[in-house]
Design a protein around this ligand. Structure first.
Ligand SMILES: [Zn+2]
Length: 63
């Protein structure tokens, strides 16, 4: 079974998780996703630094 969403190097910055994976073209993609209920923030970035910066600067609007 293929696992296209298998993230590597997952870290947690506050409520946001950052992980890296290869996309269908074999390029690295970096995703920041908030784990807080009802937040729903999730975005892909071309660089790990950008994803980690987004995670650090993310502010939940749910509380
Ligand atoms: Zn959030």
């Amino acid at each position: 079974m293929a696992r296209p969403n298998h993230f590597r190097d997952v870290i947690r910055i506050g409520p946001v998780r950052v992980g890296s994976r290869s996309d269908v073209r074999g390029r690295q993609k970096h995703t920041a996703a908030c784990t807080a209920p009802r937040c729903g923030f999730s975005a892909d970035y071309d660089s790990r630094a950008a994803a980690e910066l987004a995670a650090r600067t993310h502010t939940c609007t749910t509380n």
